[in-house]
Design a protein around this ligand. Structure first.
Ligand code: ZN
Length: 331
């Protein structure tokens, strides 16, 4: 009898060990920018690549596309930026008194209005007496890392040199954490203006996360593929999902439900104001074309159909066909 119990225990332990080993890859977190959870299409568009496409073969083309060269520091400036002696300025607090304007505070502290605004991103139009303002006495902006950000993307957005950015922020790698604060030195006024406008145009958070959020396995946007040595464009975000229910991110009408090239089983939902959401690599589709779906309604089960290396949900938000980073939209 004892022998039977012993054997039984051994089998149970072996089974549990096996489960732990099998599940380990799905538990490990997450945003490693060098990882790609989808294959890409060499010649095709984003559509037949399942939301992923080759951008270009070499770095110089992307440099031109983003006009990095125009504002990138000259070699001598770059060397100065790489000086280890550079000390990031401190954020000082200033209390608004009667007659103050953002412009007058900027002038008094020897910084531009653009820098002033960028260091106070949540400021309303009119200042209130007694209100606290951030003052950074230096030509730079403190930036808090958001979901979907990468060091590469931040450097592109602010048109600053990524090596210098890494250096004066004392980063050991390109892996940055959400909520981490970075200092961005010498952004141009033009860049700050562009980013401010983009911030003002941000739609309120009308979309919800379509699954129970467990992390991102591959972020949105253009980035360098370390093995292929090429720039790849990812039109959506890959969310960690292992055959789980997928909910409509916003109320809308299903315009496509079926198989599509690299996307595998995909649902496309049309929303107000030119928006569209896409849910791809599904295992089960629970809606039909033409059907009206409500936000949070279960429309599918995630899976790994189409061109993938493992199970996940490829999620896109587009406006008039142009993909944006979904992580900036979801609540
Ligand atoms: Zn994807």
């Amino acid at each position: 009898m004892k022998e039977i119990i012993k054997r039984f225990l051994i089998i149970i332990i072996a089974f549990i060990t096996m489960l732990v080993v099998v599940y380990k890859p799905y538990k490990s977190e997450v945003v490693d920018l060098s990882k790609f959870t989808e294959y890409y299409s060499e010649k095709g568009t984003v559509e037949d690549g399942g939301g992923l496409a080759l951008v270009d073969n070499n770095f110089y083309t992307i440099e031109r596309e983003y006009k990095i060269g125009e504002t990138a520091p000259t070699p001598s400036e770059k060397e100065i930026n790489l000086e280890t002696s550079y000390v990031i300025p401190k954020v000082e607090k200033y209390i608004v008194t009667s007659g103050d304007t953002l412009g007058s505070i900027a002038t008094a502290n020897g910084v531009s209005l653009g820098i002033m605004k960028a260091n106070n991103p949540n400021l309303s139009k009119s200042l209130k007496i007694g209100q606290e303002i951030n003052v950074v006495k230096g030509n730079g902006v403190f930036y808090r890392v958001k979901r979907g950000d990468s060091l590469f993307k931040i450097a592109l957005d602010y048109k600053v040199d990524i090596d210098a950015l890494r250096e004066y922020n004392s980063l050991k790698s390109d892996n940055i954490r959400i909520g981490e604060e970075l200092f961005i030195r010498n952004p141009s006024e033009e860049t700050l203006k562009r980013l401010e406008q983009r911030g003002n145009n941000k739609p309120s958070k009308l979309f919800i996360m379509p699954i129970k959020y467990a992390g991102v396995t591959s972020p949105f946007g253009k980035r360098f593929h370390p093995v292929l040595k090429r720039y790849i464009y990812h039109a959506g975000v890959d969310l960690r999902a292992h055959f789980i229910p997928v909910e409509a991110s916003r109320t809308g009408v299903v315009t496509y439900a079926g198989y599509m090239h690299g996307y595998g089983k995909i649902i496309i939902v049309k929303h107000n104001s030119g928006y569209e959401t896409r849910y791809a690599h599904l295992s089960k589709i629970k809606v039909r074309k033409g059907q009206r779906v409500k936000v949070k309604q279960v429309i599918a089960i995630s899976g790994m159909s189409g061109r993938v290396t493992g199970p996940h949900l490829h999620f896109e938000i587009r406006r008039y066909g142009k993909p944006s980073n979904p992580m900036k939209f979801v609540r």
